[in-house]
Ligand binder design. Sequence first.
Ligand code: MG
Length: 325
Amino acid sequence: MKKTIWLVIITSAFYSACIGQVQSPAQKYNALNLRVNNGPQLPYFVDGKELTDQSSVDPNNIEKLEVLNGKEAAKLYGAKGKNGVVVITTKPVVKGSARWREALDPAVTEIWEPRVKKITAGVKAGDAPSDAIVLFDGKDLDNWIAQDGSEAKWEVNDGAFTVVSGSGIIKTKQAFGDIQLHIEWRSPTQIVGEGQGRGNSGIFLQERYELQVLDSHESQTYSNGQAGAIYKQSAPLANPVRQPGEWQVCDVVYTAPTFSESGRVINPAHITVFLNGVIVQNHTEIRGPTEYKGLPVYIAHGKGALVLQDHGNPVSHRNIWVREL
Ligand code: MG
């Protein structure tokens, strides 16, 4: 019994020396750790809870540190405090601070339901994934019609189809809203014309909004009319067009416009386009239907077909698929 009393006195004296008034709580804590490694292990209580892992205490978060012993410790901590106890009070937690965030449960921000649909990606870039609607797989124009609803008259050859000049546009039988679109196009090798007259076709989203198809490899025209432009509205960010006869690979993310019941546009259409792997339209706002003359004005509409333009040039298209978003 006497030994115990002397131990408490020695320990207390040591702690008193280590944790004088000039020391900060962090310094005191570090001094105690040194002592604990060399002397009796006193229980630590942090905010009333016994600490089992001292490395979990951040010294910078300590508001107050006391060493209690004798009757006071035994009264508050019972048998655990009979040889003394280290009492730590931490700083109040400030909402939004790093410490407050550390205390949060990470599971609260995990979203498990609904589960994400599993699909199978194409074997190589540009191949249709398993949930795509394939609009042209190189064989026929079964998914396409002419403007008047009759059979599409463009020519299918070697896994592609080519504009038959004068036969008019072709459009999908199916109508779409928001889509991801993959399409590849090729300007004719026989160069005819200049500017808008060379290798001109077009991809019309929802039958109204033209993403320009043009031989812009070397031929010059107005910037918002070249390949990759939203025609007469937005020039492409770069011109990555390959030479005529080479396939140009086009990937589009299109968000359809939305309208109020009275027909006013609520959200204009937006489009992102990669041409040959280069972004040419970056979430571009479409200001209305494509107009050759004058400014566009939105007119409310629902889903619409994908339309390919007959501009009189034998432009070819292939590998066309969409995913509805
Ligand atoms: Mg065009």
